[in-house]
Design a binder for this molecule. Structure first.
Ligand code: SF4
Length: 216
């Protein structure tokens, strides 16, 4: 990587844990001072968003880099763009990179990139167009890293560390068109069931608490 980035602060938009492994490895070796920014309102359903967020945070911990997360989860905006295949992805890149650039400006960071650039499944050209467009108003540089040759290695690193590796891009339409739709839907049902159980446990604890107080 270019020597000019050594010691520089970067805000790296983070799409998920596994996709961040290789970029973080490369940036660490280049001496870049990275902060991660998790902002992915496209992810559907919300339990999947939480799962990706948790695993994004595990990847950050592997490299001991700070992580800033934005909690917006707004999958319906993507459903509304169902008819608009390519432009839906442009909207998706735009929303995520515009806020990343805005955050970088607020943090006084002059370099921005995204872990989406590691994926051979993403539209690299469109990502770069949207990254440059998002950063321009703030005079921030969008760095168009090409990490795709490390994609498999990054996925392997994620596997070795026990990170969850998703089987669809993120939005509801990518979920519905996934070859693995049925197994993913089953996983989501299980997660939903576990969440319900946790809520039930909590409400029982609350009831127990009230009961104990009334005895006192
Ligand atoms: S397919 Fe992926 S990049 Fe395209 S809109 Fe859906 S989540 Fe975003």
């Amino acid at each position: 990587m270019n020597e000019e980035y050594k010691g520089q602060k970067w805000l790296l938009h983070q799409c998920c844990g596994p996709c961040s492994m290789w970029p973080l490895y490369m940036l660490r070796h280049a001496g870049v001072d990275v902060t991660l920014f998790f902002f992915n309102p496209n992810v559907h359903p919300s339990m999947e968003w939480r799962r990706r967020m948790e695993n994004a945070s595990k990847a950050a911990a592997c490299y001991e880099v700070p992580l800033v997360a934005h909690s917006l989860c707004d999958p319906h905006a993507w459903r509304e763009r169902a008819e608009d295949d390519t432009e839906r992805c442009r909207y998706c890149y735009r929303v995520r990179l515009e806020l990343t650039a805005r955050a970088a400006n607020a943090f006084g960071i002059k370099y921005v990139s995204t872990t989406l650039l590691v994926s051979p499944w993403q539209d690299r050209e469109m990502l770069i167009e949207e990254g440059v467009r998002a950063c321009e108003p703030y005079s921030i540089q969008f760095v168009p890293c090409d990490w795709r040759d490390g994609y498999r290695r990054g996925q392997q690193m994620a596997k070795e560390r026990g990170l969850y590796r998703q089987k669809y891009c993120g939005c509801i339409l990518s979920l519905e068109s996934s070859d693995f739709y049925e197994s993913i839907a089953c996983e989501h049902d299980t997660l939903a069931f576990q969440e319900t159980l946790t809520r039930c446990d909590q409400s029982l604890l609350v009831k127990d608490g009230i009961f104990d107080e009334s005895l006192g």
